[in-house]
Design a protein around this ligand. Sequence first.
Ligand SMILES: *[C@@H]1O[C@H](CO)[C@@H](O)[C@H](O)[C@H]1NC(C)=O
Ligand SMILES: *[C@@H]1O[C@H](CO)[C@@H](O)[C@H](O)[C@H]1NC(C)=O
Ligand SMILES: *[C@@H]1O[C@H](CO)[C@@H](O)[C@H](O)[C@H]1NC(C)=O
Ligand SMILES: *[C@@H]1O[C@H](CO)[C@@H](O)[C@H](O)[C@H]1NC(C)=O
Ligand SMILES: *[C@@H]1O[C@H](CO)[C@@H](O)[C@H](O)[C@H]1NC(C)=O
Ligand SMILES: *[C@@H]1O[C@H](CO)[C@@H](O)[C@H](O)[C@H]1NC(C)=O
Length: 935
Amino acid sequence: MQILGFSSVNLQFHSFIFAIAIASCFVRVSSSSNETDKSALLAFKAGITEDPFGVLSSWNNTVNLCQWYGVTCSRRHPNKVTVLALYSQKLSGSISPHIGNLSFLRVLLLYNNSFYHEIPPQIGRLHQLRNLSLANNSLTGEIPKNISGCLDLFNVELSGNQLSGEVPLEIGSMAKLRFLYGSENNLRGSIPSSIGNLSSLEEVCLDNNYLGGSLPRALGQLTKLSALVFPQNRLSGTVPPSLFNLSSLKGLDIGYNQIHGSLPTTIGFGLPNLEFFSIASNQFVGSIPPGIPNNATKLRVFQLGTNRLSGKVPSFESSHNFQIFSIQLNHLGSRGSGDLKFLCSLTNMTSLLVLSVADNRFGGPLPRCIGNLSIAIKQLLFGRNLIIGEIPREIGDLVNLEILSMENNNFSGAIPIDLGNLQNLVIMSLYYNNLSGVIPSFLQKMKRLLKLYLSKNHFHGHIPSHLDNCSLTELDLFDNNLSGSIFPAVKTLLYLNLSNNHLSGALLVEVGQIDHLDTLDISGNIFSGEIPSTLGDCNALVVLVMNNNHFQGSIPQSISSLRSIEELDLSNNNLSGEIPKVLLVLIFVYVCWLKKKKAQEPTSSSVAESWQNLSYGTLLKATNGFSSTNLIGLGSFGSVYRGILQENGTNVAVKVLNLTCHGALKSFKAECEALKCIKHRNLLKIVTVCSGIDYNGNDFKALVYEFMVNGSLEEWLHPCPIPADADGPSKFLNLIQRIKITIDIAFALEYLHNQCHNTIVHCDLKPSNVLLDAEMVGHVGDFGLAKFILESTSYTNTNISSAGLRGTIGYAAPEYGMGSGVSIEGDVYSYGILMLEMFTGMSPTTEIFKENFNLHNFVEEALPKRVLEITDPILVQEVESNAGQSRKGTIQNCLLMIYKIGIACSVGVPRDRMSITDVTAQLCSIRDRLYAAGL
Ligand SMILES: *[C@@H]1O[C@H](CO)[C@@H](O)[C@H](O)[C@H]1NC(C)=O
Ligand SMILES: *[C@@H]1O[C@H](CO)[C@@H](O)[C@H](O)[C@H]1NC(C)=O
Ligand SMILES: *[C@@H]1O[C@H](CO)[C@@H](O)[C@H](O)[C@H]1NC(C)=O
Ligand SMILES: *[C@@H]1O[C@H](CO)[C@@H](O)[C@H](O)[C@H]1NC(C)=O
Ligand SMILES: *[C@@H]1O[C@H](CO)[C@@H](O)[C@H](O)[C@H]1NC(C)=O
Ligand SMILES: *[C@@H]1O[C@H](CO)[C@@H](O)[C@H](O)[C@H]1NC(C)=O
């Protein structure tokens, strides 16, 4: 079950696209040899490389061409082809340019095949062509400009190819064009204004391209336009007001662009026929004009989500046709009591299926009229607002409801008994409210219920004893006051979190029957008894957290068979005996062993608290909907966006994990764990993390960091070539700056290696992971590969299965390539290479370094005589211009010492490498010498 997202809604738009009649008109007589078309068709056949259904086998000399499959000839002119229809035949090949010789061709339908290469420009010679569909192929190249020679064309379908280039200006001369479809291509440039000359145009669909610029004003001249479909492009600017006066418009979809401005207050006046309206995911501001509901009475789909709309939501009394009403992720509402009154005006909409007002500023109680909403409604989404009061029991009348999402509000009181009528419920999400009372037993009767989220409330009493009647996959009850010894061993569970309650009793042996369980967190309860050995049967377990309970006895050896485990915490119990062998064989992202630690510092738990608060929606807002203009980098497992948190205006960098990327989830967890316990001025500070689902129901994980205005060290060491005409300072680090940054990084490493609770190995130290703040202070970031090392060992002989997860070529220690485990010495190696790079200006990954010749050897060979020769020329220049023979000597000496440190850090044998503590001490003394010399 997915929460309905915009994209799925957008798909529905196609049901608005009306059947296209093929006009048949009188054909002008033209004299032409009767063999021309036959040879043109044979040339077309010759371009086809695959014909799995054999439809072209009939195209042979024993059969008249007018009987060939897919061919229709003119009645008046024998052997003249008027229709070529070879759609959905799995044909592969290129479209022969000889097709331009079919001078009588009126209809060419090749859609839903695998034609590749370009659309031949000879198509422009088909002066009779009316209907052209090449949609859903693999065509490349540009839309031929001379398509405008087909003056009779009324239908052009090019959607679903890989066409690039711009929409040709020339298209404006096709006076008869009524339907233009170019969706899902790679079209760039802007929408030509000449489109305004297409006075017959009824539908234009160019969604899912890279079109930029603004919507041309001339679109407002198209008085017959019924569908304007441009979502998922890069359009900016404002909407020409004339567009809102096109009374013929039935569908207006400009979602997922970067369009700004406000909706005109009179909107609706001119759009009486509007059925589908989406401006979702843009940058609209201002309020929702009251004219929309009053005038656009035929509206069925209404999507204003993910903008910056504010103010009061008008009442929609005169609209009866809504199916989807989505205003989520805006700044709507006043945090006040009358905010949700408009919901009552939606009760006349008998077909309403989806109602989402999530992620706004709606306050006050939910009105009871909500029970009068359409009985058809399937999704009610109220999450992340400021709604207070009880959950209206009338919601229980909406018996077709599948998703009830009310999380992150201030709902109080008990869950009304009437909700027991919601027998179709699939997701019930009520977490993070002030709800109290017991967990109602009617939940056990909801056969379709898959996800139940009740965490962070004040529920007390027992967990219902027969939740196993449902097919729950996720059960989230943490942070409540639940007690009793009922353990919900529901066999279908994937995720079970009961942490921080007062649950007692033993962990049932039945836990072993939850075959697909991947997360089990029962920490912070008073569970007791022995850990059942059946736990070892939960083969899918990735996270097993049982700390802070009263478990006793020995740890069952069966735990060693948990192959997927990444996080294990059994601390703060009364466990004894041997640690199962396997636990040194596997790499754990986080191992908190039997050691009895005090409860975590209040700081870290309060950080954890605030982590819960940040929603996907908040980040979406902060980054302008993850817009490409906010994209500042592509990291190892995702993209990094610049953003501004609305709450306090903080500048942040948001790293969004690409969860389809192998290892991304692991990396996310590693980074969260690493950053949870560490704090140092030379480490990149994490502001918060976000772990939730996006509006398409997919998992979403992101890390939010302090924004570093000066970007990464990489950009300073290897700046992109600056165009000659560009002004502004070029990026350059002087000698002192380089030394200071080198020291900053060393401090960060020293902290990670020696001063943290656990030793942390960064594993991916390189210039792009060092960020510079406004004062040019270095901050080490990207802990995506960080590993915790068990206490007291600094070098583990662990065997890591996936070699890809051990740093970056050029910086990764040589022993990592030979199957060695991660170690602090590995970090020191990377540090040494980074240092050499900082002063030579040579990247360890340039082509000259291959096989056994690397940056380390390159510097070593040059010492001590050729110090200046190998130094970054731009630094040498600085030294030269600083004149004075003695000062020059000091600098040269310091460089020599720096290189020696770099070499000592990057020697081949791990144990021979310099310790990071010695590195910092020596570098500081070098820095002080340079200061003393007046630098
Ligand atoms: C032209 O078509 C006619 C009728 O199909 C046929 O009899 C004639 O032989 C064709 N001419 C040539 C030159 O092939
Ligand atoms: C199509 O027409 C062009 C130009 O008139 C000619 O050169 C070409 O040979 C023709 N192709 C076929 C297959 O007859
Ligand atoms: C020509 O096409 C016809 C109709 O499909 C078929 O029966 C015949 O075998 C084909 N002849 C040759 C020589 O392929
Ligand atoms: C596309 O062609 C394939 C193969 O003939 C067919 O199975 C499929 O239904 C067609 N799809 C559409 C949307 O016409
Ligand atoms: C359109 O909406 C405006 C503003 O709400 C209202 O005054 C006007 O009567 C409406 N016009 C129609 C035709 O419903
Ligand atoms: C429902 O529609 C009727 C008839 O159009 C109207 O009189 C009534 O006020 C509407 N009710 C609500 C709650 O909007």
